[in-house]
Design a protein around this ligand. Structure first.
Ligand SMILES: [Fe+2]
Ligand SMILES: [Fe+2]
Length: 201
């Protein structure tokens, strides 16, 4: 039954992604509930790899929210989220969005995704600049969480869908390899920027 096996593959892909987040703080629950459905989850090329990261990020966001202000796990999880998202976004731009941007028919989709990355950078820098051990920190985090979840949902349901139409299967497999290599390098070089956002982003 192809439908069941692909469902199983999707569940496996999600569990693997959540396990990657749990490594950071095994004692913190990752209650991310149901994830938006996408046919890309478990896909062996670039889009499946990107959704795997998105699911890891969904788990990290849920875990951060489950910590109390003084719990050292909150800082560990937040720093992992920022580094992983920096690495993911930069590698996504290099492996995927640069190519999609170059095609006049899909420029707008790439531009939208890259524009979101800038907004998310500002929100991460704002949350990083504030006192993570204070009870009010979650308010700043909530804004970042909302923006990020919106961004990855839009990628999975709009921008990836349009991008996929223009890419051959070998291109998509090649892009996965480029993404993985670049993400490793970008994440290793990522620095946590701290900057209060003066204007609402
Ligand atoms: Fe992404
Ligand atoms: Fe993105």
């Amino acid at each position: 039954m192809p439908h069941q096996s692909s469902l199983l593959k999707q569940q496996e892909a999600k569990s693997t992604a959540v396990a990657h987040a749990k490594v950071i703080a095994p004692g913190v629950p990752a209650r991310l509930g149901s994830t938006p459905s996408t046919t890309f989850r478990g896909n062996p090329a670039i889009f499946g790899r990107l959704v795997e990261d998105h699911d890891k990020h969904r788990a990290l966001l849920a875990m951060i929210e489950a910590t109390s202000p003084k719990d050292p796990a909150r800082k560990l999880l937040f720093e992992e989220f920022v580094r992983d998202v920096h690495g993911h976004a930069a590698a996504e731009e290099q492996a995927l969005w640069s190519t999609i941007m170059r095609n006049p028919e899909t420029t707008q989709f790439a531009r939208h995704a890259v524009g979101d990355h800038h907004k998310i950078d500002k929100l991460m820098a704002d949350a990083a600049a504030r006192d993570i051990t204070s009870p009010g920190w979650l308010r700043h985090f909530a804004k970042l969480k909302e923006e990020y979840l919106d961004h990855i949902l839009e990628e999975e349901t709009e921008q990836f869908v349009e991008a996929e139409k223009t890419l051959s299967p070998p291109d998509q497999r090649y892009m996965r390899r480029v993404f993985s290599r670049r993400k490793k390098a970008e994440k290793a070089a990522a620095e946590i920027e701290k900057k209060i956002a003066l204007k609402p982003t």
